[in-house]
Design a protein around this ligand. Structure first.
Ligand SMILES: NC(=O)c1ccc[n+]([C@@H]2O[C@H](COP(=O)([O-])OP(=O)(O)OC[C@H]3O[C@@H](n4cnc5c(N)ncnc54)[C@H](O)[C@@H]3O)[C@@H](O)[C@H]2O)c1
Length: 434
């Protein structure tokens, strides 16, 4: 199929879009393409997700089932059947890119996807990676698969990279409004990738290579990780100096130029910020470069759970309560507010440290009712109810995730003491910031 043919298929909405990996990134993409009138086929190896989606049900709290049902009415179907790949003109890959045990990139899901689709690729298709990865991934992993099938990139098959900027729970910006960085292996590839995304977002940002696009995504996340590391370090200093770091940041943020506020917390969480920077660190070693800012920020951010636990211990000691045997209530296990996402949450590390010191730990999180085993932890706990009575029954309440749903007055009035890692309360009285 020629480039002009593909373009007119986009314009006429005849093009069929495959989205592989229907998670936090893939599902919103499905919905956006569907809203614009495209036929969308979603692929996932998780049969339960496929089944739910085909029934018009959502498994992500911030995406209502009605939206999935509307996409299904418009022709969206989910499947685990790779034989449907030839039906698709554009194939978008949004599978996980976690880290291995030594913080090295774990590309098993990208490899799995490529192995699954390889036999079904056909001439005229456009293959686009959306998953975050190190510079060179698209060239090193996607291109060989197409070439092994005998295609000529930029002539009868097109390959590109376009990173997702999804921020689950953020209601200020929609996918349509967030500019999308686009790239291709050749000019023709870029042209195809750009034309596709221009039909669903208001602004695309074409860049000169897939490596630039891959690095752009990493820079965005490294920028956050390093700045959060900076404020986390300053938080510890400010605490020693009896200065409220949150008050300082909010005052600094009134400067109308040259300052972006970042807020300290109990540590980094989520699929992106604690992981992605280390994809670049790993790749940098190939060039003999040591990414010191990334490592330093990682070290500081990773040490925050220990610091929070030391504040809990000190706060209890001041009240003549030993950490060993103390009854503690943790508020929020999700890695950030208003979401159910517990991937890489620092709260698990905090819970683990507290339990290792024989504290009696309960948690409450309206979005995470049960804790199932993860790769690193096996808590097997359920969220306790939050009421004046339960709050009063704990020696200390530790605020780890500042969900908007929490009744902050109720907590303040009834908790014996509060260690606040999110700057939600003013320091003093029964509140200690950590
Ligand atoms: N979560 C975010 O906010 C966010 C934001 C920007 C970019 N990203 C990046 O997007 C990518 C996906 O992240 P996510 O948060 O959507 O992950 P996710 O875990 O929510 O979803 C990934 C989906 O892929 C499926 N999957 C795994 N292997 C598969 C395979 N071989 N074939 C088909 N499906 C498969 C899983 O079952 C899951 O449903 C990652 O690279 C991540 O770094 C995530």
């Amino acid at each position: 199929m020629s480039i002009n043919n593909l373009k007119s298929r986009i314009q006429n909405r005849d093009a069929c879009i495959a989205v592989i990996g229907l998670g936090y990134v893939g599902l919103p993409l499905v919905i956006r393409f569907s809203e614009e009138g495209f036929r969308v086929i979603g692929f996932d190896v998780d049969k339960e997700k496929v089944e739910m989606l085909n029934k018009g049900e959502s498994y992500l709290r911030h995406i209502p089932s009605s939206v999935v049902a509307a996409a299904a009415d418009d022709g969206f179907t989910a499947t685990s059947d790779w034989m449907r790949i030839p039906d698709c003109d554009f194939i978008l890959i949004s599978v996980p890119t976690p880290r291995g045990p030594h913080k090295e990139p774990d590309l098993q899901f990208i490899h799995g996807t490529l192995n699954s689709i390889k036999p079904y690729l056909r001439a005229g298709q456009v293959l686009i990676l959306e998953s975050t990865s190190y510079p060179g991934t698209t060239e090193e992993k996607l291109v060989p698969v197409a070439e092994e099938r005998g295609f000529t990139i930029g002539e009868d098959f097109f390959v590109g990279f376009s990173p997702e900027r999804e921020d689950p729970g953020n209601t200020t910006f929609t996918i349509k409004e967030i500019p999308k960085v686009v790239s291709g292996i050749t000019d023709n590839c870029l042209n195809m990738v750009d034309t596709l995304y221009s039909s669903i977002v208001e602004r695309t940002v074409p860049v000169s290579s897939t490596r630039v696009a891959e690095t752009t995504k990493l820079l965005e996340n490294i920028h956050r990780a390093v700045n959060i590391g900076l404020v986390n370090e300053l938080k510890i200093l400010a605490d020693k100096m009896d200065i409220d770091i949150f008050e300082v940041i909010n005052a600094s943020a009134t400067k109308p130029f040259g300052f972006t506020p970042y807020y300290p917390g109990p540590g980094l969480g989520g699929h992106c910020i604690p992981i992605d920077p280390f994809y670049l660190t790993w790749k940098a070693r190939e060039y003999g470069i040591h990414t010191r800012f990334i490592e330093l920020a990682g070290e500081i951010n990773a040490s925050m759970p220990e610091w929070v636990v030391s504040k809990v211990s000190d706060t209890l000691a001041q009240r003549l309560v030993a950490l060993q045997g103390a009854k503690l209530l943790i508020l929020g296990v999700a890695y950030k507010k208003n979401v159910e996402d517990i991937r890489e949450t620092p709260v698990f590390k905090i819970m683990d440290l507290l339990l290792a010191k024989n504290a009696l730990v309960d948690y409450h999180d309206p979005y995470v009712l049960h804790l199932s085993p993860t790769r690193d932890y096996n808590f097997q706990m359920s969220s306790v109810d939050l009421s004046a009575e339960t709050l009063a029954g704990y020696d200390l309440v530790l605020l780890t995730t500042d969900h908007d749903l929490f009744d902050y007055d109720l907590i303040l009035q009834n908790a014996k003491c509060i260690v606040d890692t999110r700057g939600r309360y003013k320091n003093g009285g029964k509140v200690v910031k950590a």
